[in-house]
Design a protein around this ligand. Sequence first.
Ligand code: GRF
Length: 216
Amino acid sequence: MAKLKVAVLISGRGSNLQALLDASAAADFPAEIVRVIANVPGAQGLAWAQRAGVAGEIIDNRSFSGRDAFDAALDAAIRAAGAEFVCLAGFMRLLTPGFTRAWENRLVNIHPSLLPSFKGLDTHRQALEAGVRLHGCTVHFVTADLDDGPIIVQAAVPVLDGDDEASLAARVLAAEHRVYPLALRLIGEGRVRVDGKRVRISGAADAVPPLIHPAG
Ligand code: GRF
């Protein structure tokens, strides 16, 4: 079966991009990253793309008159690369409703919290302030509303008593690097279907034990 052609949009470090590139190096992975687009010149993630032999491109939002023009350039670049699906991986720009509509159900993001808790920025600080015992990350479809689209995969991690933002972020990030490739694999295998606010996944392995923290 033909692999799903994917563009990844980044703004910085690109560790999730790296996880997707690593996964897609496997011959049986059903998706192929055909283009990496950064809105920030010098974004570290561009180096990962180059190392993996994937074409990288900078589309600097500051050189556009507004969000519509920037999103139109993004859209054109994604299509020119032959991509049919888009992954946001630490992409720090809000996309216009026109863009999210054009890519409806073909545009996903990874967010460092268990949505719908802790939308927006500083999610690890929000989690510590709220005193939750479990925190985590979410891969979801992107809609016009921030961090609100149908949820595909989530991973939960414990919040430990000694945690600060950095230690919690590191634990969540390790989980991100597992769930983003998993979500893309499920999508590439054609197993993901959006049903209103919910996502149905065919043949999912459901036998996951409850994660209880503290365990005793
Ligand atoms: C990740 O925590 C991701 O969830 C959030 O931005 C961060 C990006 O990290 N959207 P990286 O650039 O993938 O290393």
